[in-house]
Structure formats: structure tokens, C-alpha cells
Design a protein around this ligand. Structure first.
Ligand code: FAD
Length: 386
């Protein structure tokens, strides 16, 4: 089987890994000029963790995982308003959770790929045509690529989705927030932050910082904003939105680069993920949003499921089975993303205060069991036990 994958992110690389292992001929086209190493901190558990274990990369992921002791909710004056020890969260997940930079996870998957997988950087797709028993894609380098299957793993703003299924606004459902993130180096601030993730919250806004493994800090900003259109100058937008949120936030703003990651927080909801010999996976098919906190995990779970089905059945049946297996999990995570949005970045001060108190309960006797129930639902995995 000859497969063209669009997007060398977490979903695309994981699919390439498993298909190649099953003997497929795999080519990946990636719009970026080279490997992307930056990003934001992700909590990695559930399906993604299970897939990583089967790929034999958990040991390497542990080596690059951040050492975070505590998640602290603070007010703009820097006073602790609530929090959660990571040990409690780890305990309820049976230790099966890591804090990883998105770019780090991608790097580890890429490094473990069979050299037979070709990755063409600086390349994308401009047109897709169905042909008997396959698909043809016109690439930005002017060539035409014929494959048995085209897999769109090109993220929430997928070009494959637009070309094969229609415009983005048919499928993108905004949750009413914008987010930004960037990596900074500030030794003084890193010392002050220590091994804590600190989130400063006021109604409609949250500014956070996570320590990374190598001494850098990952800034993570979310604010309420109903528009899906993005500002022309994200840096100026960030500076004005977060300007009165205390000293820690001011330090983060002072380091904001010209071109931070900036996007609206949204989900992708589609009635079907394949058409002919084109299939979508990861955020392109079913972004759950950062509010669900499991997009990377679902991207890996979906890639694994798709590969297993493709290697075991004829393509049409495999695409149907992939979707049947994934959809219930996706719907549950999307539902949890919509519900948790109003608790992650509340509109009201009372909700922030209540959230901060509830998080503190997890560290009390009995709290871990309570939290365990919530987390077990959250971390349900699409990967069947071995
Ligand atoms: C701030 C933030 C925090 C998050 N926190 C978590 C978390 O805690 N836990 C978690 O599991 N998930 C989290 N997520 C979600 C997670 O990062 C995504 O769900 C995940 O990265 C999706 O992977 P993907 O491979 O489908 O898409 P992407 O990571 O978006 O990768 C898509 C790839 O396709 C490439 N591409 C795009 N367009 C084209 C094109 N036209 N042609 C060729 N290539 C193209 C891109 O360059 C990229 O390499 C978070 C997301 C954000 C924004």
C-alpha cells in the first residue's frame, strides 16, 4: 500500500510509524521548512501514552518530560489561591502521565521512524483528485503524487479537509477563547517559578507559565474572545489583553516574540472523516481543543487505530471501522472540552474562587479517590488492552 500523509505533526508521524512498520510505502509532506521543535506544554496520558508505550518510546519521553511538582493557581498579586500537587494527579492516573513540550513529543516520534519513511519539508498539497482505486495529489513543488490513500494530518486548519470536504467554517466550532504560547529564557524568572506550573487567573483571562526540562519556560495565555478572526498583530493584541495581570504576567509579556503561536480555541466536528481514498485524522478530523487537554493523545490514538485497520482489511472497510472505533471517544472528549472551558478560564470571579478551592480538595484524604473517578473518565483510552 502506498500512502501519502499531509502533515508531519503528532498524528502524521504516528501514522507513518505504524504504517511503515506494517510494510506500507509512506511519504509525508510537511508545509514547514523543517522539523518544528517549539510549542507549548501538554499533559500526556490516556490513548497517546498507551500508543507511545507500544512504540517503545516511553523511556525517551520520560527523559525529556518536565519535572513539575505542583500546579498553582495565583491571583494577580502573586498570592496562592489554590492548586494541586502533580503527585496526586499522577497517582490517580497510575503514574501513566507525562508533561511534555509538543515539539519534544514530535521530535521523539520522528527520531524513532523507520528511515524508509520519506518526509518532504516545505511541501504541501494544492489539489486532490479521485482516480480508480486511489487518489492523486498535486503538490506545491509542481509534481503529482499518486497514492492508494491520502491521509490529512495537517491540523485544525487542514488544507486536505478544505480540498476534499469543503470550507473550514462548515466544521470549525469556536469555543469563545483565543490562546497564545511561546518559549522564553529568563534565568531569574525560572528560579522564581521553580518546579511549579503557575496560572494567574482573572475573569475571562488566564496567564500561565510552565518550567521545561532544559530550564526554559513555556508561557501559555488564554482569554475569552468570541471572534474566530485572528488579530493582524498577535503580539500587540496579547500586550493589551494581559496588561494588568500582575508582575509575573508582565515578565511573560516582556518576552513575547514577534510571532508567538496564536489561534482561536476551537473544535472540529464533522459527520464523516473519509471521502473516497482521502481520510482525516488528528486535529484535522476531530480537534477536541486545549480545554479537553487531550488532542495530542487523541491524535496518536487515532493514528494507531487507523493504521491497525488499514493493515488488516480492505481500505473501504478499514476507514469505516476506524471511524466507528474512534467516534465515541472523540465525542466524549469534545463534550468534556466544552464543559471544562468555563472552569479553566471562567467568566466570573466566583467560579474562579470555587475552582481553586475544589482543586485543593484533591490533596486532602479522600480527595484523590474523588479526583480519580473524574480523571479515569477523562483518561479513557481508545487503545484496547494488550
Ligand atoms: C495551548 C495548547 C495546549 C494544549 N494542551 C494539550 C494537552 O495538555 N494535552 C494534549 O493531549 N493535547 C493538548 N493540545 C492539543 C494538541 O497539541 C493537538 O491536539 C495536537 O498537536 C494535534 O496533533 P496533529 O498532528 O493532529 O496536528 P498538529 O500538531 O497541528 O500538526 C499538524 C502538522 O501539519 C502541518 N501542516 C499544516 N498545514 C499543512 C499543509 N497545508 N500542508 C502540509 N503540512 C501542513 C503543520 O505544520 C504540522 O506539522 C494543546 C493545544 C494547544 C494549542
Amino acid at each position: 500500500m502506498k500512502v501519502l500523509i499531509c502533515g508531519a505533526g503528532i498524528a502524521g508521524l504516528t501514522l507513518a510509524w505504524w504504517l511503515r512498520r506494517g510494510g506500507a510505502e509512506v511519504t509525508v509532506v510537511e508545509r514547514a521548512a523543517g522539523p518544528r521543535s517549539d510549542g507549548y506544554m501538554i499533559d500526556f496520558f490516556g490513548s497517546g501514552y498507551d500508543v507511545a508505550e507500544r512504540m517503545g518510546i516511553l523511556g525517551t519521553l520520560r527523559e525529556i518530560a518536565a519535572d513539575i511538582d505542583e500546579l498553582v493557581y495565583a491571583d494577580p498579586r502573586g498570592r496562592r489561591a489554590g492548586g494541586l500537587r502533580y503527585a496526586s494527579a499522577r497517582a490517580v492516573l497510575g503514574g501513566r502521565v507525562l508533561s511534555l513540550m509538543r515539539g519534544g513529543l514530535e521530535t521523539v516520534i520522528r527520531a524513532s521512524l523507520d528511515p524508509g519513511v520519506e518526509i518532504r519539508y516545505g511541501t504541501s498539497i494544492t489539489e486532490i483528485r479521485d482516480v480508480p482505486d486511489g487518489v492523486e495529489a498535486e503538490l506545491t513543488d509542481g509534481t503529482v503524487f499518486r497514492a492508494d490513500l491520502l491521509a490529512g494530518a495537517d491540523g485544525i486548519h487542514s488544507v486536505v479537509r478544505r480540498l476534499a470536504f469543503g470550507p473550514e467554517d462548515r466544521y470549525l466550532s469556536a469555543l469563545g477563547y483565543h490562546t497564545a504560547s511561546y518559549l522564553i529564557r529568563d534565568a531569574g524568572l525560572a528560579e522564581q517559578v521553580g518546579r511549579r506550573a503557575i496560572l494567574v487567573g482573572v475573569p475571562d483571562r488566564q496567564a500561565g507559565v510552565y518550567p521545561t526540562r532544559d530550564g526554559a519556560l513555556a508561557a501559555f495565555l488564554v482569554h475569552a474572545c468570541p471572534a474566530t478572526a485572528l488579530p493582524a498583530d498577535p503580539r500587540t493584541e496579547i500586550a493589551s489583553r494581559y496588561r494588568d495581570m500582575g508582575e509575573l504576567t508582565d515578565r511573560l509579556l516582556a518576552h513575547c516574540p514577534e510571532d508567538p503561536y496564536y489561534d482561536c480555541v476551537a473544535q472540529i466536528r464533522m459527520p464523516g472523516w473519509s471521502r473516497g481514498r482521502t481520510v482525516l485524522l488528528g486535529d484535522a478530523a476531530h480537534a477536541v481543543s486545549l480545554m479537553a487537554g487531550q488532542g495530542a493523545s487523541m491524535a496518536m490514538g487515532g493514528a494507531y487505530t487507523l493504521a491497525v485497520e488499514l493493515l488488516g482489511a480492505d481500505t473501504g472497510a478499514a476507514l469505516e471501522r476506524y471511524e466507528r472505533r474512534m467516534r465515541p471517544f472523540v465525542l466524549a472528549k469534545q463534550e468534556s472540552g466544552r464543559t471544562s472551558a468555563e472552569w479553566m478560564v471562567p467568566h466570573q470571579a466566583w467560579r474562579i474562587a470555587l475552582r481553586n478551592r475544589l482543586f485543593g480538595l484533591a490533596d486532602l484524604p479522600g480527595g484523590t479517590a474523588l479526583m480519580g473517578r473524574a480523571f479515569r473518565n477523562l483518561s479513557s483510552s481508545v487503545i484496547p488492552a494488550a
